[in-house]
Write a protein that binds this ligand. Structure first.
Ligand SMILES: [Cu+2]
Length: 208
């Protein structure tokens, strides 16, 4: 761009092959449109560089975070007593998160674990099973409803639901899962909190 008004240095317009007589013409052109042409060539080159730089930066962000969107980490505490006084609770027992987000299960009180309920997670999702007193972080990539439990207190109703995204595709199968004792009523309360875009109120997504 700087050298565009010097005919012998004019880039990308074939200055080398110009006849001496046409050099004046080229030189004259400089005062008019050629400068703009050269400028636009340079801008185009810059754009290439910029696009490349943007891609490189994006790629490294992708590598670090697992995606272009910045994934959030949510926290669920494992408690002997819930915020409303109920014994043996996950808190919050229902959360809605975005695909790619993760949940950290915190062993606030002793004697609990977090593990998925096989019949209550999307078909292609991965199961998880934390040990007693173990703090685990689970990442949720597949949209859908995830039911989970604390194994020692399953029958006492220590269960939770994580809704990932807006898909309620596996809600029906989650609802029919057989649960012991208080887990059944507690899970029904939590399932009632599941929401979806366009299918609000009737729960399950009607469209196949
Ligand atoms: Cu427990």
């Amino acid at each position: 761009m700087l050298a565009a008004h010097e005919p012998q240095d004019t880039p990308a317009v074939g200055a080398d092959s110009q006849e001496p007589s046409t050099r004046t013409f080229v030189s004259d052109m400089c005062r008019r449109g050629l400068l703009d042409v050269a400028a636009s060539i340079n801008v185009e080159e810059e754009l290439h560089v910029n696009r490349f730089t943007v891609l490189a930066v994006a790629a490294s962000i992708w590598g670090l975070s697992g995606g272009f969107t910045f994934a959030a980490e949510h926290e669920v505490r494992m408690l002997n007593k819930g915020p409303e006084g109920q014994p043996m609770q996950f808190d919050p027992a229902f959360i809605k998160i975005e695909p790619g987000d993760s949940v950290k299960f915190i062993a606030t009180d002793k004697g609990h674990n977090s593990e998925s309920i096989l019949e209550m997670i999307p078909e292609t999702a991965e199961v998880w099973k934390g040990k007693i007193n173990e703090e685990i972080v689970v990442t949720f990539d597949v949209e859908g409803i995830y039911g989970y439990k604390c194994m020692p207190h399953f029958g006492l109703g220590m269960v939770g639901i994580i809704q990932v995204g807006d898909s309620t595709e596996n809600l029906d199968s989650a609802e029919t899962a057989k649960l012991p004792g208080r887990a059944k009523t507690r899970m029904a309360e939590l399932i009632a909190q599941v929401s979806s875009d366009g299918a609000e109120g009737d729960g399950a997504g009607a469209a196949d």
